[in-house]
Ligand binder design. Structure first.
Ligand SMILES: Nc1nc2c(c(=O)[nH]1)N[C@H]1C(S)=C(S)[C@@H](COP(=O)(O)OP(=O)(O)OC[C@H]3O[C@@H](n4cnc5c(=O)[nH]c(N)nc54)[C@H](O)[C@@H]3O)O[C@H]1N2
Ligand SMILES: Nc1nc2c(c(=O)[nH]1)N[C@H]1C(S)=C(S)[C@@H](COP(=O)(O)OP(=O)(O)OC[C@H]3O[C@@H](n4cnc5c(=O)[nH]c(N)nc54)[C@H](O)[C@@H]3O)O[C@H]1N2
Ligand SMILES: [Mo]
Length: 765
């Protein structure tokens, strides 16, 4: 494949013609255009499938039901290309490791179970029965249950993930590392401590009533394009949108609705952000502290003059705890440290505070720019503090909104994919299924990888995902995977992880969400939960490519049956009729009473959120203000000249690379780029377009470097850098993760940059 490379600024609004053109190109390139057009029309409809793209909610009133990047996700899955035994006969695993991630997935869908043969260094066909039997034997041969790791990526349905966690706990482990450990862990953990529930508190419709929306560390134009509609509508009716983003992201500036012909043709785009602040990487906690400090100063002046309070004093008195300690901490934080750490001026933060104080209803949203730092948990709690101060909780048009990543990552947790399960969940499972679930916490993702490196993992099963590319410290993660006794990948497409086989390895080809799923009792649907805690049915419509592909639920049941037999549970009967699984969910997971009947509700049903009802499951029974000190610095243990964030381009879905363009950032045909401030490029004695090597400042003696990246001059704070994930994952240390979250600090890596010496090609295509 040849790609033309270019870097040229993108002047149009996000969405618009560019979006339509890209959608069409991807539909045609899928080699399955008709099927995909039909797919797109049925996406996110009452009787269709849930978009496998992101976890944004569905507005069942509008005709708009998919976006450019959702279309890419669907067409990427529904391709006619397939990869079979002949492909592997042709390519050895070692030869495939030299191919790019783009090449690997572009080969098409996996269609038959495969087993790695170390003699030939190739994957070879194996029957489903033999594959299941092999997994069962390996698990039964373990010395103890914690030698099993059960990884989950957030696309798995509620039904599949419920069976999966039940299987793991019946084997005797809580080792459920998942993609969430690398993603929104800080949101879950921070919100839980502050408001007693680790989920967002708002409904999608709240965007229609908010007076101000603060968007922190998030790139919706690429990663949650349907969110732009909510933001655009809000902006059009006069709501203020205040953005905090290290980079100037086109989608947060201007947006033209690609489904409104007039906007596309006339390029009539609507502005999104009314103010745009570019804090330093990791500077948001300081920025929010600054807003709070400005508010507190104004409040004191007001009270001195006998004017009315800026804060919701009744809410604070009745529902919160600890405000005095927080105020004391604000007083102890100097403007100087706030400005220095946030990279924003006192005046900018005072301006943002004015927007906050003028709004009766405020929503705060955030994503990876907030959660992938060392002090992310405290930052999430600082944002929550601000909301509590104004009583922006439990009323329409206001609340907290962590915008989730994978389309069912929130549902996975609700179903019990959790390495630190609550006692209530374990009690409920134990009672209902009559067994003793393990009580000690299991491994999160970085702990699982460390256990592999210690040779303490006999079996790794991955329900989706691509650990080799998604996890930090690529060379060590790859070595870790190779050290496992048996690796089992349940996947739709070939990826980097498959090329890191354990001593034994299986690839099990699964149906995707867009595809028809027929089991013993007939056609099945599954359920998913979005960022707004709406649970709804998803039913695939496309004909599967091969009869040898199986649903995730059937595969999990097959593994469980081969390992544990029918004695405790008839796993295969459950996989024959998903209604039976939903009955067990209804009996064990709160909020799912009458689950099967409620799946019929158009648009699904709301799981409820205690904090939104002003019930707080914290030790004090009230929402807790957090009085954390600001971190000493974003990268405390080093004196590196630069801090690097790793982020997504417009043409990728995590480790899945759809293409080599990042249109809104003006990058075409290449991914090995490093965004840097022009003055920093000058200071290094380099020029825009020069090639450089990037090295992590080490605190553990391990050299971490990537080579031959093209410098791109960009509107980014001085001292900060940005480059794409997963190419830069070799720079992310496995040993550096968030306090209280275990999330790798992929948005604050201390690095140095030097001119490239060797022209060693690490390019993606
Ligand atoms: N098309 C598409 N959709 C996706 C995904 C995808 O890869 N492709 N991935 C899905 C997943 S799993 C997730 S988690 C989400 C990810 O959604 P995002 O969180 O939007 O993903 P990133 O690309 O990591 O972008 C991080 C954004 O935060 C900004 N940022 C980084 N660090 C900081 C900081 O310290 N402060 C501030 N204020 N801003 C900062 C960056 O400039 C960038 O705009 O998207 C989901 N949706
Ligand atoms: N440096 C850096 N690292 C990061 C991040 C970052 O911002 N920077 N972001 C982190 C985040 S937020 C996340 S969520 C993780 C993502 O980590 P993962 O979820 O592990 O990775 P994905 O790339 O989403 O997984 C893609 C693979 O899933 C499989 N797949 C796709 N659809 C299905 C399906 O329907 N069923 C099954 N069984 N398999 C399927 C395909 O084989 C595909 O190759 O990466 C994390 N890693
Ligand atoms: Mo994510």
């Amino acid at each position: 494949m040849k790609f033309k490379t270019a870097v040229k600024p993108y002047r149009a609004a996000a969405g618009g013609l560019g979006s339509l053109e890209a959608t069409t190109r991807f539909v045609i390139d899928s080699k399955n255009a008709l099927k995909n057009m039909r797919n797109l029309l049925r996406m996110n409809k009452a009787r269709g499938f849930d978009c496998p793209g992101c976890a944004w909610g569905d507005d069942n009133k509008s005709t708009f039901s998919f976006c450019e990047n959702g279309a890419k996700a669907v067409t990427w899955e529904a391709t006619r290309r397939q990869i079979d035994a002949a492909f592997f006969a042709q390519h050895s695993v070692s030869a495939l490791t030299r191919q790019s991630d783009y090449f690997l997935e572009y080969q098409g869908r996996l269609t038959e179970p495969l087993r790695y043969n170390p003699q030939t260094d190739r994957y070879e066909p194996i029957s489903w029965a033999d594959a299941f039997a092999m997994i069962g034997e390996h698990i039964r041969a373990m010395d103890h249950p914690n030698q099993l790791e059960l990884y989950t990526s957030g696309r798995a349905s509620n039904e599949a993930s419920y069976l999966y966690q039940l299987f793991g706990r019946m084997v005797g482990t809580n080792n459920f590392p998942d993609c969430s450990n690398m993603c929104h862990e800080a949101s879950g953990a921070g919100l839980k401590r502050s408001i007693g529930v680790g989920k967002g508190t708002i409904h999608l419709a709240d965007f229609e009533q908010a007076d101000a929306i603060f968007v922190f560390g998030q790139n919706p134009g690429t990663n949650h394009p349907r969110m732009l509609h909510s933001l655009r509508h809000a902006a059009d009716r006069g709501a203020r949108i205040v953005t905090f983003n290290t980079l100037r992201e086109r989608g947060l500036e201007r947006f033209a609705d690609p489904q409104k012909p007039l906007e596309v043709v006339t390029s009539k785009a609507g502005a999104i952000s009314s103010s745009y602040y570019q804090p330093r990487l990791g500077g948001d906690m300081a920025a929010v502290r600054g807003i709070a400090k400005a508010l507190l100063e104004t409040q004191r002046q007001r009270l001195a003059k006998g004017e009315e309070s800026l804060f919701d004093d009744a809410f604070i008195a009745e529902h919160t705890n600890g405000i005095d300690q927080w105020f004391a901490q604000i007083d102890a934080t100097s403007w100087q440290s706030i400005e220095q750490q946030s990279g924003l001026s006192q005046q900018q933060l005072r301006d943002a505070a004015v927007v906050w104080q003028q709004a009766k209803r405020v929503i705060c949203t955030w994503a990876m720019g907030i959660t992938q730092h060392k002090h992310s948990l405290d930052t999430v709690r600082e944002i929550t503090n601000l909301q509590l101060l104004g009583g922006h909780l439990g009323k329409p048009g206001a609340g907290l909104c962590p915008v989730r990543g994978h389309s069912n990552v929130q549902g996975n947790r609700t179903m019990g994919i959790d390495e630190k399960p609550s006692t209530a969940l374990l009690d409920s499972l134990g009672r209902h299924f009559n067994f003793n679930p393990p009580r000690e916490p299991g491994h999160n993702t970085v702990e699982a990888i460390s256990a592999m490196l210690r040779d303490d993992v006999k079996v790794l099963i991955a329900l989706g995902g691509n650990l080799a590319a998604a996890a930090p410290d690529t060379p060590r993660t790859c070595e870790a995977l190779r050290r496992c006794g048996l690796t089992v990948y349940i996947s739709t497409k070939l990826n980097r992880s498959h090329l890191m086989p354990g001593k034994a390895s299986l690839i099990l080809p699964t149906l995707g969400r867009t595809e028809e799923d027929v089991q013993a009792s007939g056609r099945q649907f599954v359920t998913v939960e979005d960022s707004f805690s709406m649970v709804h049915a998803s039913e695939g419509i496309g004909k599967p490519l091969a009869t040898t592909q199986r649903s995730e639920t059937a595969i999990v049941a097959g593994i469980a049956d081969a390992t544990l037999g029918k004695e405790k549970l008839d796993w295969r009967a459950l996989a024959g009729d998903y209604n039976l699984i939903r009955e067990h969910i209804a009996a064990t997971i709160p909020g799912f009473d009458n689950f099967n009947a409620r799946c019929e509700e158009p648009g699904g049903f709301w799981l409820g959120n205690a904090a939104a009802d002003l019930r707080f499951a914290t030790p004090s029974g009230k929402a807790e203000f957090s009085a954390a000190v600001l971190p000493q610095s974003v990268c405390p243990e080093t004196d590196a000249p630069f801090v690097l964030q790793t982020l997504r381009s417009h043409d990728q879905y995590n480790t899945t690379i759809y293409g080599l363009d990042d249109r809104y950032r003006g990058v075409y045909g290449q991914r090995d780029v490093l965004f840097m401030h022009p003055d920093d490029i000058d200071a290094l004695g380099l020029k825009d377009g020069d090639r450089v090597d990037i090295e992590t400042r080490s605190t553990d003696g391990i050299e971490r470097r990537v080579e031959d990246f093209r410098l791109v001059a960009y509107d980014i704070p001085r001292g900060n850098l940005a480059a794409y994930y997963p190419e830069t994952n070799p720079l992310v240390p496995l040993t550096r993760f968030g306090d209280g979250t275990g999330t790798p600090t992929s948005k604050s890596i201390p690095v140095s940059v030097t001119a490239a010496h060797a022209r060693q090609t690490l390019r993606i295509a």
